[in-house]
Design a protein around this ligand. Structure first.
Ligand code: AOF
Ligand code: ZN
Length: 359
């Protein structure tokens, strides 16, 4: 059980152990929603004597697993937790009581819990019990870990990321970079982080879903926008029930019957709009949504306008591809289409991204 690090907490620094909490919390990426990802380590004489993370909503919290792992060694030890220990009876009992009962001497907290039911009462309960508590260690890292959870807690709305790929000449592209789309790679991992992904046609994302055979794989809900029926080829639903799909369409296209025959849920809106899609996600308890501009991007035009006008996006992820001439757009319209560049490198300078590549 005892894993060696430095000689003492002072030597390693509180930050070291909170970073470890974040690292183990991420083992449950994609699985904890609507709960946050949380990691906990129990440290005695500089050594980690117990570790745990929250695996899934409904299951015990990180602190419970870490205390179990530490056993009797938890007495007089320091507990590090990436999120303030809860102090309420939810699906599970309060972690504050578990820490008090285990007789830990000190608790180091990455960030306080934005959940109004917790909101610093975890910290005060521990202090009232005579336990020393420090908060705000590696706070930025802890906040980034749960950016979607925090946003959802504070606003009651899903966290929305807008993602797209650009050619070097600045046009939207359907493509993903070779390394980005490697099986199980960056794009698969990105999909894993979101509760839902919005795309404009089928198979754009499903083929990148981590295979459900891979340990820890989770498929986001796939939301397909069907504004123009031409772009939509209904797939036969696989018997892999873990990849769910919903089609959002507007009144003009009638694919409901065909879709329902294939077992795909459809929602028909008077007018295609992002607010309605997000409301649907919210009602289903989905906390994070990625809008991926691939496929028939014209289908996204209104949604994008609405998203920007109403501030519905929280995050943007842009990939610049090593490709020149993805479109006919002026002033580069005479450029050879879809020309692949070599050795494209990028670096940031301040907040600008500088690209260099070769014909
Ligand atoms: C912790 N440690 O590992 C997590 C916490 O329904 P429950 O019992 O799972 O409670 C969910 C709430 O508990 C969640 O909204 C958040 O405020 C907190 N999550 N707290 O001490 C954990 N996952
Ligand atoms: Zn808890």
């Amino acid at each position: 059980n005892v894993r060696c690090t430095g000689e003492s907490i002072e030597e390693n620094g509180n930050e070291f152990y909170i970073r470890r909490c974040v690292e183990i919390a991420r083992k449950a990426v994609g699985h904890t929603s609507p709960n946050p990802m949380v990691g906990c380590v129990i440290v005695k004489d500089g050594k980690i004597v117990g570790e745990g993370f929250h695996p899934k909503a409904g299951q015990p919290h990180a602190e419970v697993f870490a205390l179990r792992d530490a056993g009797d060694l938890a007495a007089n030890a320091t507990a590090f937790v990436s999120l303030e220990p809860c102090n309420h009876y939810g699906r599970t009992p309060p972690c504050t009581e578990a820490l008090i009962k285990a007789k830990v001497k000190k608790v180091v907290v990455g960030m306080v819990d934005p959940n109004p039911i917790v909101a610093s009462t975890g910290v005060s309960r521990l202090r009232d019990a005579g336990i020393e508590v420090i908060t705000g260690v590696e706070e930025e890292l802890c906040r980034k870990l749960n950016e979607a959870y925090i946003h959802q807690m504070l606003t009651g709305k899903p966290f929305v990321t807008l993602r797209y790929s650009l050619s070097v000449d600045g046009d939207l592209s359907d493509q993903l970079g070779a390394e980005v789309m490697e099986s199980g790679g960056y794009y698969s991992q990105l999909l894993q982080e979101y509760d839902a992904v919005v795309v404009s046609s089928f198979s754009l994302s499903t083929k990148y879903f981590l295979s459900s055979k891979e340990p820890g794989a989770k498929q986001p809900l796939q939301i397909v926008l069907a504004k123009s029926s031409g772009s939509l080829q209904l797939p036969t639903v696989s018997n892999d029930t873990s990849s769910r799909t919903i089609i959002f369409s507007n009144k003009e296209i009638t694919l409901e019957l065909e879709a329902s025959q294939k077992g795909i849920e459809t929602v028909v809106l008077d007018r295609m709009n992002l607010a309605a899609i997000l409301e649907h996600c919210k009602r289903q308890g989905l906390c994070s949504v990625m809008l991926d501009l691939r496929g028939t991007t014209a289908d996204f035009a209104e949604i994008l306008q609405e998203g920007f006008e109403q501030n519905l996006f929280q995050k943007i992820i842009v990939e610049v591809l090593p490709i020149l001439g993805a479109s006919n757009k002026d002033p580069l319209k005479y450029m050879q289409q879809n020309r692949r560049l070599r050795n494209l490198t990028s670096r940031t300078l301040g907040e600008s991204i500088l690209l260099e590549g070769y014909f």
